[in-house]
Structures are given as structure tokens and as C-alpha cells.
Design a protein. Structure first.
Ligand code: PEP
Length: 251
């Protein structure tokens, strides 16, 4: 499976800037995208249409959503359904990003509900997991990852096709801090995730496991070369076409 290089724009960018960045990214990467790469742009909802106009229809470029509510439609003021996201051309969505767990209060169980519902409605889901710094200091990394995976994947069919699901390992202390997990920490966590996945899905060896947490042009190549690293999820460094295109092309 191709390595997935994903940009999470979070709550940044207005229309002109977002569309312009997507266009610049396409120009900078389209001609020389390595054969083993897939690019995923995950803008705020307000830019799905604008970025979609640049990305949709381009092979190996996809559009994703940062969030959704686990219902097809209904009286859920302020929420967006997977059906509406698919209608705009989204093929992927994040679930369980640490900012939603820790700022918006999403529980492991609610994340699991979203994973199951999003998959059922045809979105490919990237389930984000990762420990906080206190948990790492207490030696609880594997316990946290296991709990988040077990609850996040509780409703997933065992024979799910591997392209429908990805896991993003994002240690919370490395997100937006400039502090990157070391190669050993990344490999240890990804290997644990790979082995743990065997309990929930048949094709666990083929499920992509992305690393996220202060990925930059100067560390992306090294991270992408590590065992069991099948892509990266990038926040800050994805906001400029120049830096994100270097990550997309990093060898
Ligand atoms: C993220 O938001 O998922 C992320 C990894 O952010 P950053 O790259 O800025 O650490």
C-alpha cells in the first residue's frame, strides 16, 4: 500500500489562502510524486469544496474531513454527517484526534462510535491514538494505546479491507510542540500498535500506521523510513505548500 502523507489544517485558513495553498501544493508535487505516495488534504469544513476543486479527480490525491457526527442526518445543530462529507468528495475522515479528545472532551467510546459509523457510511477512517506526557512518564504508553485501539475499533468488522482504516500514532506531547518522538519511541509504539491490531482486524499487517507530532521537512524522510511507519499526519508544517511539498517528496 502507498505511504499516506496527510495534512491536517485544523482551524486555520480562509478561502483564498486555502485554495491557493492547495493549488501551489499540486504544482509542487504532481509531476514528481513518488510512486509509493498518496497525498491527503484535511482542511476545515469551510474549505472542503475549494480544496476539492483542486484535488478531486487527481490520482493519488484525496480529500478528508477532520471530524463528523455519527448520524446520517437529523437535529444535531452545528454537526456534519459522513453522508454530507461524502457528497463533497471526502474519502477519509479523522477520528479521535487528541485535540478532540482533550479539548472537546470526546471519550474513547464516542470515538469508537464514530469509527464504526463513518466506516459504515463509506468513509475511510484514520483513528488517532497517543499518550500524554504524564502517561509516558508513568510507563503507561502501551496501556493507553491498547485502550484507545480496543475502544476505537470495538465496532469494526474483522474482515475490513486494509485501505478503509489507518491508525495515526500521535504522542500528545509531540503535537504542535516542535518536540518529535525519537526513532526508537516511534518504532516501539508502531510495533506495539501493529501487534495489538491483530486482535481486531484480519489484515492487520496491511493497515497503515502513520506517525504524527512535529513532522517537518528535515525529519520526514527519516521518519518515513522507519519500520512500521506507513505515512505521516502533519499539522503545522502542512500549512505552507513549500514545507508540506517537501514532506510529500521526502526520501
Ligand atoms: C496534528 O495535528 O495531527 C499534528 C501532528 O500537528 P503538528 O504536526 O503541528 O505537531
Amino acid at each position: 500500500m502507498k505511504k499516506l502523507i496527510a495534512a491536517n489544517w485544523k482551524m486555520f485558513k480562509t478561502w483564498n489562502d486555502g485554495v491557493q495553498t492547495a493549488r501551489e501544493l499540486m504544482v509542487a508535487t504532481r509531476q514528481n510524486l513518488p510512486a509509493d505516495r498518496e497525498v491527503l488534504l484535511i482542511p476545515p469544513f469551510t474549505l472542503l469544496k475549494g480544496v476539492g476543486e483542486v484535488f478531486l479527480g487527481e490520482e493519488n490525491y484525496s480529500l478528508g474531513a477532520q471530524n463528523f457526527y455519527p448520524a446520517g442526518e437529523g437535529a444535531y445543530t452545528g454537526e456534519i454527517s459522513p453522508v454530507q462529507l461524502k457528497d463533497l468528495g471526502c474519502s477519509y475522515a479523522l477520528a479521535g484526534h487528541s485535540e478532540r479528545r482533550h479539548i472537546l472532551g470526546e471519550s474513547d467510546e464516542f470515538v469508537g462510535e464514530k469509527v464504526q459509523f463513518g466506516l459504515e457510511k463509506g468513509l475511510n477512517i484514520i483513528l488517532c491514538v497517543g499518550e500524554q506526557i504524564e502517561e509516558r512518564k508513568k510507563g503507561q504508553v502501551e496501556e493507553v494505546l491498547h485502550r484507545q485501539l480496543a475502544k476505537g475499533l470495538a465496532g469494526v468488522e474483522k474482515d475490513i479491507q486494509p485501505h478503509r482504516l489507518a491508525i495515526a500514532y500521535e504522542p500528545v506531547w509531540a503535537i504542535g510542540t516542535g518536540e518529535v518522538a525519537g526513532p526508537e519511541e516511534i518504532v516501539q509504539a508502531h510495533t506495539f500498535i501493529r501487534n495489538d491490531l491483530a486482535q481486531y482486524v484480519n489484515f492487520y499487517e496491511e493497515i497503515r500506521i502513520l506517525y504524527g507530532g512535529s513532522v517537518k521537512p528535515d525529519n520526514a524522510g527519516q521518519i518515513l523510513a522507519l519500520d512500521n511507519v506507513d505515512g505521516v499526519l502533519v499539522g503545522g508544517a502542512s500549512l505552507k505548500a513549500e514545507s508540506f511539498s517537501q514532506i510529500v517528496l521526502a526520501e
